[in-house]
Design a protein around this ligand. Structure first.
Ligand code: CUA
Length: 158
């Protein structure tokens, strides 16, 4: 078969790309990167409600800083409303009591998967006070689309 050189080059280029992508995936799997984008901390998803790390849900402010602890479950976040101060680092600690959920605060850089069996943790801060929508961005069941929460960022009082 007579294949023009130009087409051959494109065929080779796309072949190289496919191999490059598969290599990336293989390296990711081999280095055990299949977990939420976070440190590795495990939890028994059946005992989330009684686990001492998740019994005090909500926002805690102490000398260590501001921490948000929440559980994702079909089809809600518990607690559904979070009130945090602006301009301060907020540490989020999340887990799931059933299936994989997402936790995305719309209009901010806060976005993580919430995977049963793991604690997802990330720290971010919010400079604009106001109300933010929290959505689940991983399909988790029939009512996935109604799974939402609210984050209220408040200006610190003088
Ligand atoms: Cu939870 Cu989608």
């Amino acid at each position: 078969m007579n294949v023009p050189l130009y087409e051959k080059l494109w065929m080779w280029a796309s072949g190289v790309l496919i191999v490059a992508f598969l290599t990336t995936v293989a390296i990711g799997v081999a280095s055990s990167a299949l977990q939420p984008p976070s440190h590795v901390e495990t939890i028994d998803p059946a005992k989330v409600w009684t686990d001492p790390r998740f019994t005090a849900r909500g926002v805690t402010v102490d000398s260590a800083g501001v921490t948000v602890v929440a559980v994702a479950i079909m089809f809600a976040f518990n607690p559904a409303e979070l009130r945090v101060p602006a301009h301060r680092p907020i540490k989020f600690r999340l887990t799931s009591a059933d299936v994989t959920h997402g936790f995305q605060i719309v209009g901010t850089n806060a976005n993580t998967m919430v995977v049963p069996g793991y604690v997802s943790e990330f720290t971010t801060s919010f400079d604009r006070p106001g109300e933010y929508l929290i959505v689940c961005n991983e399909y988790c069941g029939l009512s996935h689309h109604v799974m939402s929460g609210k984050l209220i960022v408040e200006e610190a009082r003088p």
